[in-house]
Design a binder for this molecule. Sequence first.
Ligand SMILES: Nc1ncnc2c1ncn2[C@@H]1O[C@H](COP(=O)(O)OP(=O)(O)OP(=O)(O)O)[C@@H](O)[C@H]1O
Ligand SMILES: [Mg+2]
Length: 231
Amino acid sequence: MAPLLEIEGLCAGYGTGTVIEDLSLRLRAGEVLGLLGRNGVGKTTLLKTLMGMIPPRAGRIFFDGADIAGWQNYRIARHGIGYVPQGREIFADFTVLENLRLGNLDRDDFSDIFALFPDLAERRHERAGSFSGGQQQQLAIARALVAGPKLLLLDEPSEGVQPSIVAEIAEKLAAITRKRGMSIILVEQNIDMALGLCGRIAFMEGGRIAEEHNTAALRADPAPIERYLGV
Ligand SMILES: Nc1ncnc2c1ncn2[C@@H]1O[C@H](COP(=O)(O)OP(=O)(O)OP(=O)(O)O)[C@@H](O)[C@H]1O
Ligand SMILES: [Mg+2]
């Protein structure tokens, strides 16, 4: 079967600086991949490039039958990639419903989303700015899901979220991938969450994917985790 996502020779950066350099990566439909690496290696930059928020300088990004490299952000979203940014970036002055509508302007019925996030259903008319970190993160994930993506990019969803809620969010994400066959690329500092949710982990260093390992192999031998994340 052809991969859902196939990145080849990708280069991207800011100004004259290069962050992503000749990066290649593949992802199957339904696969949950962890993307790990030290602060500043370019994890967020890679997700933003996939999302069309930073233009790729070279390389190809095959996603679901098209080379999306160079496409506008809205067109990539419509083609099936959802994005939950680092720091969430929900609209604090907007209610839950208003935030969800921004995720998909064609939709008014969010019952499937509310079934998954009952907390949000209860607070649908409340402004998001008053929410806890965990509630805001769930809203950011819900907002990305309303467009029905085939691939969800998650940038450090556990950041600023209390541990019990991190586990709850991980369970919901696992349920969605099972139910919808959705794929995920998960950037995480929380190793437990990454190992619990992902089937495979890619370690990023020097602008590219340095190594990839199955999660089961990493549990047996965690040396790569130390190598790419240790100080
Ligand atoms: N808007 C920007 N303009 C210029 N340089 C940037 C910009 N954003 C990030 N960088 C630089 O690009 C490099 C990669 O940053 P990026 O945010 O992608 O790393 P990261 O792996 O997501 O880090 P973290 O784990 O801290 O989130 C860093 O050296 C960073 O300083
Ligand atoms: Mg980042």
